[in-house]
Structure formats: structure tokens, C-alpha cells
Design a protein around this ligand. Structure first.
Ligand code: RP5
Length: 150
């Protein structure tokens, strides 16, 4: 995430990954403020066996796009709520030029949770245990939705 201030949103992403026992690193890396940290992290990503990157940033949110430009790993972008209610973050993250994709999720908490779930879904193609957990989660999720609004 681009700032420590993004953690209150991204904690929901981490909590969701924990539910599926997905090992993950949590870092503050900013495309603007700490570009050298970003390059170093991506240089070591392969060695560190990273399979997916979730990049969250707010405002002029270039983190996911710059990350995607420097790696072939799947990059999922979470637009953080901002002074403009996250619309700036959303557009900065989602409007990538053709050739460098960022899988962009919703603004804020829903996006943070869904980034984790999408990462789980991507991993489930390769790891059967994760696939089973995801199927169980989805089934229980459906049961939790009330059939009536009252
Ligand atoms: C972005 O600027 C961060 O991702 C954060 O959402 C936003 C504000 O950062 P702080 O000023 O709170 O550190 O780079």
C-alpha cells in the first residue's frame, strides 16, 4: 500500500487472506514517495516466490500501474477512499493503457476484501486445497444471505 494510512482499509484484505491461510507480506511502498523501495521489492519478488501483488493507493494512485509495468505477475489494484471519495484513486488505477493490465477492484473496504478473494481465486487454479476452501466459503456465503429483507 502507498501509505500507512491505507492500512485501515487493507487490514480487511489481510484478514480475508488469513481466512484462507494465504501467506502474504504487508508493506508500505509508494510509487511516488519510495520508488527505489518499489524497484527493490519487484527485483526480489521472484526469489521470494511472490505469485500475486495487491497494490492499494489513494489520490493520484499510480502504485498498481507502475507495479504492473515492472512485473509480469498479476497485479490487483485497490483504489483507496480519498478526499474525492476515491474516484481519483479509482480512475488512476483502472484507466491503464492497453498492454499493461491492472485488475482493479471497487473503492475501499469492498475492494480490499475482493482483491483478496480474487487472489484466492487465481491461486485456486493451481492449488487444489485453496480451491476447496474457496468453494466452501462461497457455499457458506450464499447461506448467510437472507432470503427476505425483513
Ligand atoms: C497515497 O496517498 C496513499 O496510497 C494514500 O492513500 C494517500 C494519502 O497518503 P498519506 O498522506 O495519508 O500518507 O500515496
Amino acid at each position: 500500500m502507498g501509505s500507512k494510512s491505507d492500512w485501515k482499509t487493507m487490514v480487511h484484505c489481510s484478514d480475508t487472506l488469513k481466512k484462507f491461510k494465504i501467506k502474504h507480506e504487508i508493506k508500505v511502498i509508494s510509487a511516488h514517495r519510495t520508488p527505489r523501495r518499489l524497484h527493490k521489492f519487484l527485483d526480489q519478488a521472484k526469489k521470494n516466490k511472490i505469485e500475486i501483488i495487491i497494490a492499494a493507493a489513494g489520490g493520484a494512485a499510480h502504485l498498481a500501474g507502475v507495479t504492473a509495468s515492472l512485473t509480469t505477475l498479476p497485479v490487483l489494484g485497490v483504489p483507496i477512499e480519498s478526499k474525492l471519495k476515491g474516484l481519483d484513486s479509482l480512475l488512476s488505477t483502472v484507466q491503464m493503457p492497453s498492454g499493461i493490465p491492472v485488475g482493479t477492484l471497487a473503492i475501499g473496504k469492498a475492494g480490499a476484501i475482493n482483491a483478496a478473494l480474487l487472489a484466492v481465486s487465481i491461486l485456486s487454479v493451481r492449488y487444489n486445497k485453496i480451491k476447496t476452501k474457496l468453494e466452501t466459503y462461497r457455499n457458506s456465503f450464499e447461506r448467510r444471505i437472507p432470503k427476505k429483507p425483513f
